[in-house]
Design a protein around this ligand. Structure first.
Ligand SMILES: Cc1cc2nc3c(=O)[nH]c(=O)nc-3n(C[C@H](O)[C@H](O)[C@H](O)COP(=O)(O)O)c2cc1C
Length: 199
């Protein structure tokens, strides 16, 4: 029987055009094995989380976001840190995805983290904070390898393509780790959000 592709939903914690973190995600798609599909979701299209808006029904971009998570085998987040924490745009996306509490599409969803910053931390603080948030939501954060990219500007060319072979190899190992790890802990195919809300 033919093996279904393993689907990874890629999310960047930076919206800017020349984002190094978006560059990390493009590199992940390039280095992924041929049986792994990497799809991007632009969290910039999500509105600010507001419980009143939520009570009236999830807006269309939020529904698409939740469905994209639900139908993916795993999520890959690449994020900078802003002032030592998770950028607001990513925190906002996770707020939407965390709902309804206890029945989030991220529950039991494997999530892999990486991040690039201009400073020395390599995004370690943001990743540590994310582990806490994702753990609270009930996602399963893949323990390793850690991909921390400090002083990111030296590793990308003018098209924001990652040219550093060592970092590309780290990303390849992370993608393989999440895929192999998932196949062990989550042998079944993911299903859409309907199954999450079905009685
Ligand atoms: C609001 C703000 C806060 C930042 N805080 C940090 C920080 O705490 N540590 C750091 O290394 N870089 C910090 N930076 C610089 C980012 O590392 C840099 O802008 C990086 O390129 C952002 O990722 P991107 O290329 O994916 O947009 C900050 C940038 C902004 C805009």
């Amino acid at each position: 029987m033919e093996r279904k592709p393993f689907r990874i939903l890629a999310i960047a914690g930076s919206l800017r055009q020349g984002s190094f973190n978006q560059g990390l995600l493009r590199a992940a798609k390039e280095v992924a094995p041929e049986w792994v599909e990497v799809q991007f979701f632009d969290i910039g299209q999500l509105p600010f989380f507001n419980e009143d808006v939520e009570a009236a029904g999830d807006p269309e971009p939020v529904r698409r976001f939740k469905d994209a998570i639900a139908t993916s085998n795993a999520v890959l987040i690449a994020t900078p840190e802003y002032n030592g924490v998770v950028p607001g745009v990513l925190a906002n996306a996770l707020d939407w995805a965390s709902r309804p509490t206890g029945r989030s599409v991220l529950r039991n969803k494997p999530v892999a983290l990486m991040g690039a910053v201009l400073g020395q931390s390599g995004s370690a603080n943001a990743q540590a904070a994310l582990r806490g948030v994702l753990g609270r939501i009930g996602a399963i954060v893949v323990p390793d390898p850690q991909v921390l990219v400090p002083r990111a500007s030296r590793l990308f060319n003018e098209n924001v393509d990652l040219h550093d072979e060592r970092t590309r190899e780290e990303i390849r190992q992370l993608v393989e780790a999440v895929a192999h790890w998932c196949r062990r802990v989550q042998p079944e195919e993911p299903v859409g959000t309907q199954s999450v809300t079905a009685p």
